[in-house]
Design a protein around this ligand. Structure first.
Ligand code: HEC
Length: 164
């Protein structure tokens, strides 16, 4: 029974992956995928952050974001300076967009922890602590204006060893 479920899961993942890579999805497909994500795939809707928003918490989130998320999301979470953001399928969304901001805090934490399979959004479980993940959620709720932080250094070539 377990094997069968695994196998079915595998097939679904393949189909999804294949579906995602075919020609760009139409509006109906996009809306469906979005609905499924918001209502079924992404868990944690009711989880509450143990942290209260403050400049310190937000700064901690911004720092962790600067290490683990900037290569794909840009320093401002809005893809500034990320060369491949639009060529991924699905593309890297602006984290300030209404679609992303509509997730509850718990859902955002779940996304960070588990990633979004089978897209390019990786899971941070075991890499980031719970507190770091919740502080990132706080940063996501208080993103600066697009472009205000410049480009991640890794792309501007100022410092090859930097991940920011
Ligand atoms: C390797 C590139 C990459 C990295 C690193 C990355 N992401 Fe993502 N992220 C993506 C892609 C691609 C998507 C689009 C996924 C989708 O729509 O299925 C995404 C989507 C998201 C979403 C929105 C999900 C949705 O359903 O619209 C959030 C929130 C997010 N990322 C947060 C983060 C945070 C926080 C970090 C750092 C801990 C991070 N990401 C690191 C590539 C990345």
């Amino acid at each position: 029974m377990k094997m069968r479920l695994l196998w079915l899961g595998g097939c679904a993942a393949c189909l999804l992956a294949a579906g995602c890579r075919a020609t760009p999805p139409g509006p109906v497909e996009t809306a469906t995928v979005r609905w499924v994500k918001h209502n079924i795939t992404v868990k944690g809707a009711k989880d509450r952050s143990p942290l209260t928003h403050s400049p310190t918490v937000m700064q901690e989130g911004k720092t962790a974001f600067g290490y683990y998320c900037v290569v794909c999301h840009g320093l401002d979470g809005q893809n500034t300076g990320v060369p491949f953001a639009n060529s991924l399928s699905p593309p890297v969304p602006s984290l300030a967009s209404r679609e992303v901001q509509r997730y509850s805090d718990g859902q955002l934490k779940w996304i960070i922890e588990n990633g979004i399979s089978p897209s390019g959004m990786p899971a941070s479980r075991g890499i980031l602590s719970d507190e770091e993940m919740w502080s990132i959620v706080d940063y996501l709720r208080h993103l600066p204006p697009a472009g205000s932080l410049g480009e991640p250094r890794v792309y501007s070539g100022d410092d090859e060893n930097s991940s920011q």
